[in-house]
Design a protein around this ligand. Structure first.
Ligand SMILES: Nc1nc2c(ncn2[C@@H]2O[C@H](COP(=O)(O)OP(=O)(O)OP(=O)(O)O)[C@@H](O)[C@H]2O)c(=O)[nH]1
Ligand SMILES: [Mg+2]
Length: 354
């Protein structure tokens, strides 16, 4: 047997390449399907197949009766096409593979409707014959649909973190502040603004971080004063705005947060929805709907360290097409924060699957 690798944008195409090369009737055994980065840093699929020595020699033209072999290949391909048309039996054969992959992805929190849709697209193809291949295909589909927001640091950046109670807004503001003001190669001038006038100790929590990093920090109590404060901070590169945690039952806080966002004068404020990876999908949907009439520019995912069941959150982000900007994966300021990347997101979802 000879082993050979094929690389393509997704595992299905990689497998098709192998089939193209060796003919549809050849005995290809899939040994491995992984995702790798190509030389441009893009995620692609690499599969390794084993092929019989005869087929391999055949493929490099080592056959005296080449013409005959070609004819046989054509015939094999025709038979294979005919086989594919006789699908009821095939579907029965691949059903255990489809079920196995579906069950793995359901455990990760992905929605059944969505999985049925994706799996339905390949149920009749060769991809559905192999569990690893099918799994890579599903992961690849998720990878394609997820969106990330690159970090932009040119011009003034005013970023307001909004979201439910206790998701990690203040901690993330502190981590972002440390990143921009202390950790970047070219540090930026950062100010912190606190709009949380509801929770006792909210200001002190932010003040503590601001003092540690020696950053300007301002508390704004009245909605009308917000635009003025932003004007006063015009010499700052980054203004990070912390807000009160909102629960779906607490319309008072929600209205005030929205009023703040609507009263920024002519300042462009980027609203980032902070979502905890541990939140239930219904709660995420609820909070998103509360804020949905605002322009949410990105999502910051927190508590990434606390759960493996992040499929639900991914399903939601894909459905609403919200790009992810940062990922927080622990309580430590400033270490536990990274700029979101597809690799990082997929790594967590794929885990030990492949
Ligand atoms: N494990 C883990 N804990 C986190 C993460 N981010 C924040 N926390 C913890 O979550 C708790 C709440 O964090 P805060 O930053 O106060 O949350 P908040 O959204 O500002 O809360 P409110 O202002 O009350 O709405 C704290 O104990 C944080 O240390 C994270 O990524 N992983
Ligand atoms: Mg807070």
């Amino acid at each position: 047997m000879v082993e050979e690798t094929f690389v393509a944008p997704n595992p299905r195409e990689a497998f098709e390449l192998a089939k193209e090369k060796y003919g549809y009737f050849s005995e290809l055994t899939l040994l491995k399907a992984i995702q790798i980065k190509n030389d441009k840093g893009k995620l692609v699929s690499q599969i390794t197949v084993s092929v019989s020595s005869n087929d391999f020699l055949d493929s490099i033209g080592y056959d005296e009766e080449e013409e005959l072999v070609k004819e046989i290949h054509v015939l094999k391909e025709q038979i294979s096409t005919m086989k594919q048309l006789v699908s009821p039996e095939d579907t029965a054969e691949v059903q255990p593979v489809l079920n196995a992959v579906k069950s793995v992805m359901l455990q990760r929190g992905l929605s059944e409707v969505w999985l049925d849709e994706i799996l339905g697209e390949v149920a009749q193809s060769t991809v559905a014959e192999d569990e690893q291949l099918l799994l890579s295909y599903v992961l690849d589909e998720i990878n394609e649909r997820l969106r990330v927001k690159p970090e932009v640091l040119s011009g003034q950046k005013i970023m307001m973190l909004i979201g439910s109670t206790g998701v990690g807004k203040t901690t993330t503001v502190a981590k972002l502040a440390a990143r921009y003001a202390l950790l970047l190669e070219n540090p930026l001038k950062v100010a912190l603004v606190n709009l949380d006038t509801f929770r006792v100790g909210a200001y002190e929590q932010l003040e503590h971080y601001a003092d540690q990093m020696q950053l300007t920090h301002i508390k704004v109590e009245r909605v009308e004063a917000f635009a003025e404060v932003l004007r006063d901070l015009k010499g700052y590169d980054v203004i990070l705005v912390d807000t009160a945690g909102v629960s779906p039952y607490d319309t008072g806080k929600l209205i005030k947060t929205i009023e703040f966002l609507k009263n920024t004068g002519d300042h462009k404020v980027e609203a980032s929805l902070v979502l905890s990876a541990t939140a239930k999908r219904e709660d995420v949907v609820d909070i998103y709907e509360h804020f949905s009439f605002l322009d949410i520019e990105s999502a910051i995912l927190t508590k990434f360290d606390e759960t493996k069941r992040i499929g639900e959150l991914f399903g939601f982000l894909i459905e609403k097409q919200i790009p992810v900007s940062y990922i927080s994966d622990g309580q430590y300021v400033p270490d536990d924060l990274t700029v979101a990347s597809k690799e990082r997101l997929m790594e967590r979802l794929a885990g030990e699957l492949l």
